[in-house]
Design a protein. Structure first.
Length: 102
């Protein structure tokens, strides 16, 4: 069993949280744009056609998967921010130990 320690600074974690938030925003905007474009296209198919029923079934599956993914990505930044806060507290405690002479 390895006892390697992975060290990530509080600043790196805060940057990661911001990047995840930006990614979530981009994903949401892209999904909304794609959905809007598809609505324009499927309007030409008409209601009650096999193509429309197939699309509707596929869209329900995709919407469910995207909702799960969006929820997971949206939940990450607060967790990473909390990890950053804990890392910063640890950094402060270690610095204080050195200032006090160990």
């Amino acid at each position: 069993m390895s006892h390697d320690i992975i060290r990530v600074s509080a600043g790196s974690l805060e940057t990661m949280a911001a990047e995840i938030t930006t990614t979530h925003r981009s994903m949401t905007q892209g999904f909304d744009s794609l959905s809007s474009d598809l609505l324009t296209t499927i309007a030409e198919w008409g209601e009650g056609t096999d193509s429309r029923r197939g699309y509707d079934a596929f869209k329900r599956r995709v919407d469910t998967l995207f909702a799960e993914m969006f929820t997971a990505v949206q939940a990450m930044p607060p967790l990473v921010v909390e990890a950053a806060a804990q890392a910063r507290r640890g950094e402060t405690q270690r610095a204080a130990m050195w200032e006090q002479g160990g």
